[in-house]
Design a protein around this ligand. Structure first.
Ligand code: TXA
Ligand code: MG
Length: 346
């Protein structure tokens, strides 16, 4: 892997055009660049440049069986990379009209111009249009789709700020575009779109900011109970989003039995004295996701930041309490469960 003196460019209003131009220049040269989106920061490469896509896997240390999401800047680009029948095209157009630009990724039959490297050899490609103005400007200016997984090393916490990207990938990439803190905070919702018998079938592969209740307006939402085969949801690995510190996700407070020799940090939902896990233990550190109010969108925005803070605090163990299993809370609990998967298995 090449090493770089990683440059960070702020895409604030005065510097916007310059930052966009610098990113596009690197992408045209076949380099990978960290880019802001409304969910998490992405590690972008020209999706039609196979050697650039290969660099994404190398920089992330990502196994090749985990496919990438392709980002577009214009609606018409979907049909340039996806093979849509008129019927499926109608459903896709409805989804696009309702949710794009935004945090919804569609898994659709691919065209030949999208290589097996991007899709891990599958006949489908995952595509989305980000709502972040900087990401969209870069997609439009480049004029080609951008393959971009989250800009973290494989299996680790997704970055929601340029600073977090620098910690994950500094020295490995030439450029990070700083577009501010991500305002959704968890990765996009992923659905595989199928025609179905009566209504379109939307198979929920990853919970995210676009929730089931929203999707039901367009089609029948099908939640696979258990992922049976890797091919059905590649990348939806049991262990993911993990801090270096062991993390335990306890569904019930009784499950927490502290060891007096260890220090503990709590990832608390509300942080309030009256509820939650705050009174269970004399915690060494507490990070609150939604102080006081328990607002789920706020908790989503703070989730990966708070996980990083606890990871860096020096505690021996992180304990995470569940948030309300509603709306984007479904996605938050999903990420916490995966973050804790390795510790549960050990
Ligand atoms: O919000 C997001 O989606 C962020 C930003 C950067 O756009 N990206 C992101 O990418 O979360 P990543 O690589 O961390 O997750 C992509 C996941 C894969 O792990 C896999 O589960 C799913 O997307 N995926 C990609 N292509 C697929 C396909 N053809 N079929 C099924 N799942 C696919
Ligand atoms: Mg990821």
């Amino acid at each position: 892997m090449s090493t770089f003196d990683t440059e960070i460019l702020y895409a604030d209003p005065e510097e916007f055009d310059g930052a966009v131009a610098a990113a596009v220049e690197q992408l045209r040269a076949g380099e990978v660049v960290a880019l802001p989106t409304e969910t998490v920061y992405g590690l972008g490469a020209n999706a039609l440049d196979e050697s650039a896509v290969a660099k994404v896997f190398e920089v992330k240390e990502r196994p090749s069986f985990d496919p990438l999401i392709v980002h577009v800047g214009r609606n018409e680009q979907v049909r340039e990379i996806c093979d849509l029948s008129p019927e499926l095209g109608d459903v896709v157009d409805q989804l696009i009209a309702a949710f794009w630009p935004g945090a919804l990724t569609l898994v659709l039959p691919k065209k030949d111009n999208i290589s097996d490297l991007v899709t891990s050899g599958q006949p489908t490609v995952a595509v989305r249009m980000s709502g972040h103005p900087v990401m969209r400007a870069i997609c439009c200016e480049l004029g080609q789709p951008i393959a971009a997984p989250s800009a973290n090393r494989f299996g680790r916490i997704s970055p929601t700020s340029a600073n977090a990207v620098e910690k994950e990938l500094g020295g490995r990439i030439p450029l990070i575009i700083d577009g501010g803190a991500c305002n959704a905070g968890v990765e996009s919702t992923i659905i595989r779109v199928e025609l179905g018998e009566k209504r379109p079938e939307l198979h929920l592969l990853r919970a995210g900011p676009v929730v089931k209740e929203d999707l039901q307006k367009i089609g029948k939402v099908i939640r696979p109970k258990k992922v049976r085969k890797l091919e059905e949801a590649p990348g939806q690995l049991e262990s993911h989003y993990a801090p270096a510190t062991p993390l335990y996700f306890f569904d019930k407070p009784e499950d927490f039995v502290p060891d007096p020799n260890l220090s503990y940090g709590l990832l608390s939902y509300r942080g309030s004295e009256k509820e939650g896990y705050i009174n269970l233990h004399d915690w060494d550190v507490v990070e609150e996701l939604s102080p006081g109010k328990g607002k789920l969108p706020e908790a989503a925005v703070r989730l990966f930041y708070a996980m990083r803070q606890l990871d860096e605090s020096g505690v021996d163990v992180i304990v995470a309490e569940p948030v309300a299993e509603a709306g984007v809370g479904v996605a938050i609990n999903d990420r916490l469960r995966r973050a804790g998967a390795k510790t549960r298995m050990a």
